[in-house]
Design a protein around this ligand. Structure first.
Ligand SMILES: Cc1ncc(COP(=O)(O)O)c(C=O)c1O
Length: 446
């Protein structure tokens, strides 16, 4: 996370967006709820809820019917593909949907496996969520060799030299996370993709954790496949898969006979979650709206090393009437503002935690580019106990391994219950961070 230029305050996103989130009204034991559980899933704005409800009231149907609601449903699907294309810097024909990222990734690994022979190699990382490890480990049954890139702890960065050394003539797939949902590390995926391409390997990027926190530009990133989940960025529970045009065309998916053999439908088995897709478009429009709200703000974010230039927001581009390119520009501006605002919150938390006795933070430091996901242990206290104490005071944090099981094992924390995880979203406030720190201070003093 980069520091703002001297004197430039990040835009106050919480003030702008909090009225849009009905869930924020919740109270727990007399305390207002503070949702620090974003890495598990964000809350949704009013327009997402309305879009889902409206779909079910007015358009509910299956596709390919010769009547109004069916045609409207097909429009909803097309709209959602365009919305995610704008969000991810892709074309609509490169966007497919599924139940969630995990299910899509299993479908992807099974499809790619049809072209793998015993002895072929897949490279995964020790930093990743199991959703980007287990689908590849499953291929060991057919003789595929899975190799894992090491993590350098306690900062939890990927050992890029090790990654480079694992790329060889038998490497067929590199499966890598964009960012760690457990500790907030942002990987140099562009460099990893470059290394994989040198040996002709297919690249699969898990962007589930990164997508809510930073701009993605699939076309300049160059990954063959990228997966994410709308419920992490203000949308409903729907998985999203980007497939680079040529790679997607080659993919041999498992399908039912009448299903289209063309991208993107070729990986979409069964009926899609139509109401969810209506919500996805509303989520992209919400992010674009956020970008419009900060249009006059002097954002200071500079692109980081390895970050695609095309991911930079164009300065001060208002959107109205929402042509696709206008929405994309507004989304990029919103993501730049989100990075700055959430980064400010994360830095405040990291600085406060450094002063608390018995707390060990894992992951990159406050000065490094990272997502605003802060994880720590409290000496002598089970993470679930800490989380339950905070939860009873309306402070919603997670405890455990968050399915980043290998990482937590490598950190030696598996048997002690893993980590306490605090995640920031644009609706979180500095006051909520102060409340969290005060509650932790009382917990430690008790
Ligand atoms: C980094 C990461 N990858 C994958 C997943 C799995 O996503 P889904 O629940 O959509 O299957 C998660 C869920 O938390 C995640 O954080």
């Amino acid at each position: 996370m980069l520091l703002p230029l001297a004197g430039a305050e990040p835009p106050d996103l919480a003030r702008i967006c909090r009225p849009r989130f009905p869930a924020l009204e919740l109270r727990v034991n007399g305390h207002p709820a503070a949702f620090f559980d974003g890495p598990g899933g964000t809350q949704v704005p009013d327009t997402v809820i309305a879009a889902i409800t409206d779909y079910l009231k007015e358009k509910n149907s299956n596709t390919h019917g010769h009547f109004a609601t069916s045609r409207a449903t097909e429009g909803v699907i097309r709209g959602a593909r365009q919305a995610m294309a704008d969000f991810l810097g892709a074309d609509p024909e490169e966007i497919a949907f599924g139940a969630n990222m995990t299910t899509l990734n299993f479908a992807l690994s099974r499809a790619l496996a049809r072209d793998l022979a015993p002895g072929d190699e897949v490279v995964v990382t020790d930093l990743d969520h199991e959703a980007n490890i287990s689908p590849w480990r499953a291929l060991e049954e057919q003789g595929v060799v899975v190799r894992a890139v090491r993590v350098i702890s306690p900062r939890c960065t990927l050992d890029m030299d090790h990654l480079a050394s694992l790329m060889g003539p038998r490497t067929r797939v590199l499966a890598i996370g964009y960012a760690s949902n457990a500790v907030g590390t942002i990987n140099n995926v562009q460099e990893a993709i470059r290394l994989a391409r040198q040996v002709g390997a297919t690249t699969v990027v898990d962007a589930v954790h990164y997508a809510p926190h930073g701009p993605i530009d699939c076309h300049s990133l160059g990954a063959d496949f990228l997966v994410c989940s709308a419920y992490k960025f203000f949308g409903p529970h729907v998985g999203v898969l980007y497939g680079r045009r040529e790679a997607f065309a080659r993919l041999k998916t498992y399908r039912v006979r009448p299903q289209s053999a063309e991208p993107p439908e070729k990986i979409e088995t069964g009926t899609l979650n139509h109401e969810g897709l209506a919500g996805i478009t509303a989520a992209a429009d919400f992010i674009a709206w956020l970008g419009e709200q900060v249009a006059g703000h002097p954002l200071s974010r500079q692109p980081a090393a390895g970050e695609p230039a095309a991911a930079r927001p164009a300065a001060g581009q208002p959107v109205s009437g929402q042509p696709a390119s206008g929405r994309r520009r507004a989304i990029l501006r919103a993501m730049a503002a989100i990075e700055e605002y959430e980064g400010m919150l994360a830095r405040r938390l990291l600085e406060a935690l450094a002063d608390l006795p018995g707390i060990t933070v894992y992951g990159p430091g406050a000065e490094e580019r990272r997502t605003p996901t802060v994880s720590f242990t409290v000496a002598g206290h089970h993470p679930a106990r800490v989380a339950a104490y905070l939860g009873s005071r309306g402070l919603f944090v997670w405890a455990g391994d968050f399915y980043a099981t290998t990482l937590v094992e490598r950190l030696g924390l598996h048997d002690s219950g893993g980590l306490v995880r605090v995640g920031m979203a644009p609706y979180n406030t500095p006051e909520e961070v102060e409340r969290l720190v005060a509650a932790l201070t009382s917990y430690l003093a008790a």
